[in-house]
Design a protein around this ligand. Structure first.
Ligand code: RBF
Length: 165
């Protein structure tokens, strides 16, 4: 059974050119198989928008809870046109999932507002392992959300340049 077809990002308002952009990716290492697929999808999407491979800077952290700290340092360095933060949270039997998901989503939003560097929310918050595999394009009916994150990073980087004084 596929997800409802009305979901997902709509068509872009323009074709964005990432050939002058530097993009940072920070990824967690928990749920490694899914992370790897999302990372691959993100990188190939960035390259599809002409971001040069040498202008994609990748850092890893142990788990999603560590994402906001390194993301913030990278965003605050102003060396990058956007930072993509990737993690995979899968709900377990305790409250960890809720606390981490809440802290990370708030931390990443605060970081992009404070630094004026776009931060892309590449964090899956899945109720089951199956959902995580689907959202990384690892099932026959799946879709790799990394592709959307790469596109979002290039669009937001372009809009940052357009509006930032
Ligand atoms: N990190 C993730 O990125 N995804 C997870 O699904 C995840 N689940 C966790 C579940 C428990 C019970 C604990 C203790 C940690 C989990 N973490 C997970 C790691 C967390 O993000 C962080 O790396 C550690 O808590 C160290 O700060």
């Amino acid at each position: 059974m596929t997800d409802c077809t009305i979901k997902g990002v709509g068509a872009s308002d323009a074709i964005y050119d990432g050939s002058d952009f530097k993009i940072a990716i920070v990824h967690a290492r928990w749920n490694e198989q899914v992370i790897k697929a999302l990372l691959d999808g993100t990188i190939s999407s960035l390259c599809g928008f002409k971001v040069k491979r040498e202008n994609i800077f990748i850092e890893s952290v142990p788990g999603s809870y560590e994402l906001p700290y390194i993301t913030h340092l990278m965003a605050d360095s102003h060396k990058y046109d956007a930072v993509i933060s990737i993690g995979v949270l899968i709900k377990g039997s305790t409250m960890h999932f809720e606390y981490i998901a809440d802290a990370v989503s708030q931390g990443l939003m605060q970081s992009q507002i404070a630094t004026k560097t776009p931060v892309i929310f590449g964090v899956l918050t899945c109720l089951t392992e199956e959902q995580a595999l689907q959202r990384a394009g690892l099932t026959p009916d799946g879709h790799n959300h990394g592709e959307d994150w790469g596109a979002a990073a290039v669009e937001m980087a372009a809009k940052r340049h357009l509006y930032l004084q």
